[in-house]
Each structure stands twice: as structure tokens, then as C-alpha cells.
Write a protein that binds this ligand. Structure first.
Ligand code: FAD
Ligand code: SIN
Length: 610
């Protein structure tokens, strides 16, 4: 039976692993990754008396988690008026376009409050409202304010700081071992079980064994030329798991965040400072999207306008730009209505980091709109797990963005990712502590399992062992004349193809070429033609990038990342080719859509800014 860390003796209303001590002693859990999922899981395992080893390829604060702004969604025991766990579940399912694992969503939304309490126990302090209770923000596609935040718009950094402090304190007490600058390159397998991790550290190849490994390596934004993700997001965990034989799922669904800052002064994003996401919470407070002509366009695309699900807003921006004949351009986020409604100084108080960062970039957002465009943000797909983080390989767990539990469906609801990392990170530790990996999660376990695909042989074979649920009502309603965008978008296809082999010339492999290919061929708008083109180019590159027999000798972490990105790109494109219908973040412009409101388009747009 799986031990429940959340069911600790009262009065603690939070996950408490201490009741597990004793059984855990002497068992080692190797946790790979120091984002929210890895830090929290390592702390819980150490607290329970297990030997926890935390391995991270950079410093502990190098993660997607660090950059999270908006916050963590959770319905607390004293929620905002009218809010309920049932509403959180319904919002998550709706945003997920009917593709979520309902059991997983119910569990995550129900258990959320326990792990928020767990975070507080490790020192996380959330912003308070006037009444002293937590200040709750509103974000797109949430039906009530339920987003806990810290430091205004610095939630990820505040959460990570507190957890890192707790991890270092646990290390000082001898309860946990931290290995930073340790780049995992492979999973060790013995007799069908994962029993450890190989990693590079200081130019040397090392290995650490364990009773189980928890992958918490985050996402893969570096697959695309424009991304909100930091440099560490290179799909390493997914690639390692696939090579170890784990099943993966939902890889065609990659979310593009609608509002990534575009540095118009420099002609491209200010990459010296890293990408700058303008949080969805800004739209939640009342900012609107306008085009270069100052027209508010989102109402023409979806009744919820700027607060429509994220996939809808990104796609609408792409289509609108194409329609304006400027597919590689940008739109503007106008935050001035917020201060008109809430008074001068509100933006600085509520969004201190964004106020400073936009000002550093030369924009005073209290006076002028901010140039923005969609950028790759979050991978809904990943290593398939059950409700306790078990993968299909014995001894291997996965949690956080690297995993696919099915909670995010075809399009993640804002602020549900940090939450997923917490809830499923904890549940994976509970299963580990209970000796409950059951020889790995497989088809017979059934309950709550996401739709998984076999990754045998490197690429997924089939998809969807269960019938796909019907698309929910987040379907995109494009304006009647949006088909007119087709001409503008179509005209771009030729140049995109020519540079990647459509004209018979294949650019040699480089990470930059890969990222440009993925942006132009597998981005917000997709078609069979572009995806097939991408698959062919990726296949040719795969033949020359770090062949299998040279892998163990390769001492350069970045060569491993290239290899991982290439494999992840192949898997994504292959899944996208198989799914001919449009669903959530996967939009096939060339195939008839499921709903009558959606006008089929033949075109494809590229959102290249460089
Ligand atoms: P990460 O936080 O990405 O951590 C992964 C860790 O694994 C890193 O420490 C990395 O160095 C390590 N790692 C990777 N590969 C290896 C390897 N080979 N060997 C060793 N270590 C490795 N979500 C929300 O819910 N709310 C938000 O407000 C929000 N805002 C966001 C804003 C931005 C700008 C971004 C980029 C994302 C945002 N997200 C938000 C998404 C969310 O931050 C991430 O999905 C989440 O933090 C992922 O957590 P994680 O623990 O799974 O992975
Ligand atoms: C944001 O603050 O807009 C990002 C929130 C998220 O990715 O969930």
C-alpha cells in the first residue's frame, strides 16, 4: 500500500514524511533536477529518513521554476468567494481541451492545499491580502482568483530560494546530499530496473547508484528559437527515459505563451538579459492586447478575449499577424488600463520585477504598450506516469514538467505546473517510501494512467491506447474572414522550406538550426507538409549527431544536450504528424477541425524574430 505523506498525524495539516522514517532508512532515492519538483521531493524523502541525493546540472537555482512569475493555483480551505475545488477541476479540464486525465486532475486539485501547506513548512511565504489571508490572483481561463504568489511577480524565485535554503540546511545536518554541476547523461539499468544515474562532473564521468531514480529535469523550451525557458531546458530527462525504454505521451502538445517581450529596439529579443515573459497575471489584472494599429483584436477570436485559454490567445496572435501580412511581427500588451482602474503605482506594487525589467528594456509600461509575441513555454507531453509518478520502467519515477501525468491535457491551465510538480513529486516519494513501484507502472495498473505510447526503438510506435475524449468547449472560434490570412501565411512557406531542404539543400546540424527549424515547422501553426519536411531534416541530422558508440566517451555536456534535443524534436514532430486533427496547443492548419466554428486553413505561419 502506498504511504500517504499528506496523512501525517495532526495537528500538521501538511505533508509530513516523518511517519515514514524507519522503513525509509538505508534506501537511496536519486533525484535529478533542482526545480520545484526535485527540491520538494528530495526534502520530503530526506525528512522521511531516506538517503536522498539531489543531482543538478548547474547551480541549484538554474531551473524553469526560478523564473515562474504568476504563481501557484490552489483552492485553499478559505477560498475566494464562490471558488471551489470542483471549479478548479472544471477549469483545468476545459483549458486542457478535453484531453486531460480526469482522475489525475481531480487528485491534483483536491490535494493542492496540502502541498501549499507543505511549501509553507519549508519556509515559503506567499503574498498576503488586506485581510491578512493570502492574496489571490486571477489568470486566464480560471473562473475565480486562486493564484498564490510571492514577491508580487517573483513567485518562482521566492519558492526556489526557500526550498534551496531548506535543502542546504538538510545537507548541513547530513540528511541529504547535493551534487551540483553534475550533468546526468544516462540512466543505469540492471536486470530491467533503473538503479542509478551516470553523470559528468568537472569533465569526469561518474555514476551514482540508488534504489530508485526520480527524474525532475523539467522541460524543453530550448527546442525552439523563441522561448521563455532558460538554457537548462534541453529535454535531457525525456531523452534519458526514452533511451531506458520508458513510454512517453502527448508529445505533440507544446504550449506557446502569448506574451513574451520582443525587444524592438534591438530588432530581436534582448537575449543578453534572457527572455522576458510578461505574466498572464497582467492580463488577469486587466491588460489588453492590441495590434500595431492600436486595435484590440482578441474579442474577434474568442468571447473570453485576453482571458481565453493560452493556446487560443497564442494562435489568435499568430493568425492575426498573418492576416495583417506581418507573420513574423509582434503585437502589444497594453497595461495602462490597469492603472486607470486601480490607480497610479499599482503596476509597480503588484509587478515589481516586470516593472523593473521592462524599464531596463527601455519601456515605461505605465505610459506605453509592451511589444510581445508568442514563445515556446511548456511541454504538456513527457514521460508517461501514473498518479504516483511511476514510469513504465521499474525503479524510475518522473515528476514535474518532464512527466506526463495527463493533468495538463492538450493545453495547460496557467499556474498549474508548479502545482503539478509539488503534488506528483510528493506522490512519487510516497510510492518510493512504500516500496511501491510494483515493478514499474504498466498497462495492467490502469487506474489513472495517462495515454501512453511505447518508445521502444527510440520513436513512439502508436498513440492513445484509450479512445480520446471529445474536445471540450475551449474550441477556437476564428473570425469568419480569418481564412483570408491563408494567403499571407502561405507565402511564407516557400522560404521556410528552402532553407531546410525543401529546395534540396539541407543546412548542417547546429543547435540554432534545430531551433529555427522547430519554430518555423512545428510551432504555433502546423501543417503536414511542414512537419514532414521537419521530420526529414531531423532524420538526416540524427545520422551525424553524436552517434551511439561515441556517447560514453563524450565529455562535453552540451554535445549530450544537442543529442537530447534532437531526439526530443524527432519525437515531437513524429507525434504531431500522427495527430491530424487540431486539439489544444496542437493546431494543424491543413486538416479539417473537429468543430464547425473552426475554419480550416491551409497555411502555416512562422514566428521567427531573428
Ligand atoms: P525545472 O524547474 O525546469 O527544473 C529542472 C531541473 O533539472 C533544473 O534544475 C535543471 O538544471 C535540471 N536538469 C535538467 N537536465 C539535467 C541533467 N541532464 N542533469 C542534471 N540536472 C538536470 N508555472 C506555473 O505553474 N506558474 C507560473 O507562474 C509559471 N511561470 C513561468 C514563467 C516562466 C518564465 C517559465 C519559463 C515557466 C513558468 N511556469 C510557470 C512553468 C513552470 O515554471 C515549470 O513548468 C516548472 O517550474 C517546472 O518545474 P520542474 O521542477 O519540473 O523543472
Ligand atoms: C505566467 O505568469 O504567465 C506564467 C504562468 C504559467 O506558466 O503558468
Amino acid at each position: 500500500m502506498t504511504r500517504n505523506l499528506a496523512a501525517a498525524p495532526q495537528p500538521a495539516a501538511f505533508p509530513d514524511a516523518r511517519d515514514a522514517a524507519g522503513t525509509a532508512a538505508g534506501r537511496r532515492l536519486v533525484v535529478v533536477g533542482s526545480g520545484i519538483a526535485g527540491l520538494y521531493a528530495a526534502l520530503l524523502a530526506a525528512d522521511a529518513g531516506a538517503e536522498a541525493v539531489l543531482v543538478s546540472k548547474g547551480a541549484l537555482d538554474e531551473s524553469n521554476t526560478w523564473y515562474a512569475q504568476g504563481g501557484i493555483s490552489a483552492v485553499l480551505p478559505a477560498p475566494a468567494p464562490g471558488d471551489t475545488v470542483a471549479a478548479h477541476i472544471a477549469d483545468t479540464l476545459r483549458a486542457g481541451a478535453g484531453h486531460c486525465n480526469i482522475a489525475a486532475v481531480k487528485m491534483m486539485c483536491t490535494e493542492a492545499r496540502q502541498d501549499i501547506a507543505g511549501l509553507r513548512r519549508f519556509g515559503v511565504v506567499f503574498d498576503a491580502g488586506h485581510d491578512g489571508g493570502p492574496a489571490l490572483g486571477l489568470e486566464a481561463a480560471h473562473s475565480a482568483p486562486r493564484i498564490l504568489h510571492a514577491g508580487g511577480d517573483a513567485t518562482g524565485a521566492r519558492v526556489a530560494e526557500a526550498l534551496i535554503r531548506a535543502v542546504l540546511a538538510a545537507q548541513a545536518e547530513g540528511k541529504l546530499t547535493v551534487l551540483t554541476n553534475a550533468h546526468a547523461t544516462a540512466l543505469v539499468r540492471e536486470r530491467g530496473r533503473v538503479t542509478g544515474v551516470e553523470y559528468l562532473r568537472g569533465g569526469r564521468a561518474e555514476r551514482i547508484g540508488g534504489d530508485a531514480v526520480l527524474l525532475a529535469t523539467g522541460g524543453a523550451g530550448q527546442l525552439f528559437a523563441q522561448t521563455t525557458n532558460p538554457a537548462v531546458a534541453t529535454a535531457d530527462g525525456l531523452a534519458l527515459a526514452v533511451r531506458a525504454g520508458a513510454a512517453v505521451a502527448d508529445l505533440e502538445f507544446f504550449q506557446f505563451h502569448p506574451t513574451c517581450f520582443v525587444d524592438t529596439a534591438a530588432g530581436s529579443r534582448a537575449d543578453h538579459a534572457g527572455p522576458l515573459l510578461i505574466s498572464e497575471a497582467v492580463r488577469g489584472e486587466g491588460a489588453i492586447l492590441v495590434d500595431a494599429g492600436g486595435r484590440r483584436f482578441m474579442r474577434a477570436y474568442h468571447p473570453d478575449a485576453e482571458l481565453a485559454p493560452r493556446d487560443v490567445v497564442s494562435r489568435s496572435i499568430a493568425l492575426h499577424l498573418a492576416r495583417l501580412g506581418d507573420p513574423n511581427g509582434h503585437v502589444y500588451l497594453d497595461a495602462r488600463p490597469i492603472e486607470e482602474a486601480r490607480g497610479t503605482g499599482f503596476l509597480k506594487r503588484r509587478f515589481p520585477t516586470l516593472t523593473r525589467k521592462t524599464r531596463d528594456a527601455g519601456i515605461d509600461w505605465t505610459r506605453e504598450p509592451v511589444p510581445v509575441a508568442p514563445a515556446a513555454h511548456y511541454w504538456m507531453g513527457g514521460v508517461a506516469t501514473d498518479l504516483s509518478g511511476r514510469t513504465t520502467v521499474p525503479g524510475l519515477y518522473a515528476a514535474g514538467e518532464v512527466a506526463c501525468t495527463g493533468v495538463q491535457g492538450a493545453n495547460r491551465l496557467a499556474s498549474n505546473s508548479l502545482l503539478e510538480g509539488l503534488v506528483f513529486g510528493r506522490r512519487a516519494v510516497e510510492a518510493f517510501l512504500s516500496f511501491d513501484d510494483n515493478g514499474g507502472w504498466g498497462a495492467p495498473r490502469g487506474s489513472g494512467a495517462p495515454r501512453a505510447v511505447s518508445a521502444a526503438g527510440g520513436l513512439p510506435l502508436t498513440h492513445a491506447s484509450a479512445p480520446l475524449p471529445r474536445r471540450a468547449d475551449s474550441a477556437v472560434a476564428f473570425p469568419a474572414d480569418s481564412a483570408g490570412a491563408a494567403a499571407g501565411v502561405d507565402s511564407l512557406a516557400g522560404s521556410a522550406l528552402a532553407s531546410f531542404g525543401g529546395g534540396g539543400v539541407v543546412e548542417p546540424f547546429s543547435r540554432e538550426a534545430l531551433r529555427r527549424l522547430m519554430t518555423s515547422h512545428a510551432g504555433v501553426l502546423r501543417s503536414r507538409e511542414l512537419l514532414a519536411e521537419a521530420a526529414e531534416t531531423l532524420h538526416r541530422w540524427a545520422a551525424v549527431v553524436l552517434p551511439e558508440d561515441s556517447v560514453p566517451l563524450e565529455r562535453n555536456p552540451s554535445a549530450h544536450e544537442d543529442r537530447n534535443l534532437l531526439l526530443a524534436a524527432q519525437l515531437l514532430v513524429s507525434a504531431a504528424l500522427r495527430r491530424r486533427d487540431s486539439l489544444g496547443a496542437h493546431y494543424r492548419a491543413d486538416e479539417p477541425a473537429e468543430t464547425s466554428e473552426t475554419i480550416p486553413l491551409r497555411p502555416k505561419a512562422i514566428l521567427l524574430h531573428d
